[in-house]
Design a protein around this ligand. Structure first.
Ligand code: PMP
Ligand code: GLU
Length: 406
């Protein structure tokens, strides 16, 4: 049995499941780019997907008021009644799905919500279907609960969207759940109602649960609208855990508020789990989130329009550069750039064998931080998060062009 060594002291091995967890590549690259900047290096960051906008003033004012009013104590484990009611109102208004407060569980960010949902649904050894390309954390979260990820790849020619037939073929007697992320990080693709209906039919027929991560629901472009999975019928809603949060739509990543909507039974299981694992989400952030959800929504629309303008610009620029290409995303704030044509080439003395090599060479020689998509189940692609200013995007694209000439 191997041992861990700490300052010469030999200890027992750490837990196998925890030791196998990989660091989040998105967070690692973002941290690296921020550190390089702090060290005075003029790097342009397209790493982490977090809005560059400030949290709107009326939301910050609600937090100030909460502090002044001494809203500084534990709240119920799954959030305040005020926030749960605000979540229900917004769900009804934006997605046409009806939930009551007893079906809402608030936690510390949507990332933690996905973890709690998996905790409620799967036992060790159960299988979870994960369409690729996927957000890097899903794979690790599935492993963290001892389950087995069953990756179903949807390539570029399928616009990165899993079909109902593919899902059907991946299901075994051990399949417990599907993680669906629509609009999708990293592809930016949005499923149509018909595509979702076909997937939902399989989920109902095969009796599997769905964790529907809809955190980018409000960020869709070209006049399109994203369809909430739970809105597809009672039998679909009964088996869906809807995940959302305030991070992306309201530029509130640091406030750490996400929420889950499900049947009361599932909500109870998740609630019990949370009562022991987090206690409660931040009382001040919850007060701010009520203001976000109940307050004026024009700030969301302004940010959405800015993202759309940036998307149009970055897609245009990538399309005009030899050797790389991309599909036009319809939602979220990511674009996946195909670099397959560059594999095997040497750029600035670096042999590009993978997207990891590409991102690392681009960072080193072009001072541009991107996320290689190997960890997203899409080797041969690099993710650009366009949640940064148009000036930065222009600078990043100019640098990409210059780098590729090297
Ligand atoms: N789901 C997806 C698809 C994401 O891209 C993110 C971004 N981190 C999250 C969930 C988590 O969001 P947060 O924890 O900030 O609410
Ligand atoms: N969701 C964002 C991203 O994909 C934030 C970082 C993270 O939590 O992974 O970059």
């Amino acid at each position: 049995m191997p041992e861990t060594i700490f300052g010469g002291i030999i200890l027992k091995e750490l837990a196998q499941i925890a030791s196998a967890v990989q660091v989040s590549s998105t967070m690692a690259i973002d941290a690296l780019a921020k550190q390089m900047k702090a060290d005075g290096v003029d790097v342009v960051g397209f790493g982490a997907g977090e809005p560059d906008f400030d949290t709107p003033d009326h939301i910050k004012a609600a937090a100030d008021k909460a502090i002044a009013d001494n809203v500084t104590r534990y709240t119920p484990a799954t959030g305040t009644m005020a926030l749960k009611q605000a979540v229900c109102r917004r769900m009804e208004e934006d997605r046409g799905v009806g939930y009551g407060p007893s079906q809402v569980v608030v936690s510390s960010g949507a990332k933690h919500c996905v973890y709690i949902a998996l905790r409620a649904l799967v036992d060790p050894g159960d299988e979870v279907v994960l369409p690729a390309p996927f957000w890097v954390s899903y794979l690790e979260l599935i492993k963290m609960v001892g389950a087995k990820p069953v990756v179903v790849t949807a390539g570029e020619s399928a616009r990165f969207k899993m079909t109902a037939e593919q899902l059907c073929a991946a299901i075994t007697p051990r399949t417990k759940a599907l993680i669906l992320n629509d609009p999708c990080n990293p592809t930016g693709m949005v499923y149509s109602r018909e595509e979702l209906e076909a997937i939902a039919k399989v989920c109902v027929e095969k009796d599997i649960y769905v964790i529907s991560d809809e955190i980018y629901h409000g960020l869709v472009y070209d006049g399109a609208k994203s369809v909430s999975f739970a809105s597809l019928g009672d039998d679909v809603k009964a088996r869906t855990i809807l995940v959302d949060g305030v991070s992306k739509s309201y530029a509130m990543t640091g406030w750490r508020i996400g929420y889950l909507l499900s049947s009361e039974k599932i909500a109870r299981v998740m609630s019990n789990f949370l009562s022991h694992s987090t206690g409660s989400p931040s009382s001040i952030s919850q007060a701010a989130s009520v203001a976000a959800l109940d307050g004026p929504q024009d700030c969301v629309e302004q940010m959405r329009r800015a993202f759309e303008e940036r998307r149009d610009y970055i897609v245009g620029r990538i399309g005009a550069i030899d050797g790389v290409s991309c599909l036009k995303p319809q939602g979220a704030f990511y674009v996946m750039m195909n670099i397959e044509g560059l594999l095997g080439r040497t750029i600035h003395g670096e042999l590009i064998r993978s997207s990891d090599d590409f991102s690392s060479a681009l960072l080193q020689h072009g001072l541009v931080a991107t996320v290689p998509c190997g960890g997203f189940g899409a080797p041969g692609f690099v993710r650009w998060s366009y949640s940064t200013s148009l000036d930065n995007i222009q600078k990043g694209m100019d640098r990409l062009e210059a780098f590729l000439k090297g």
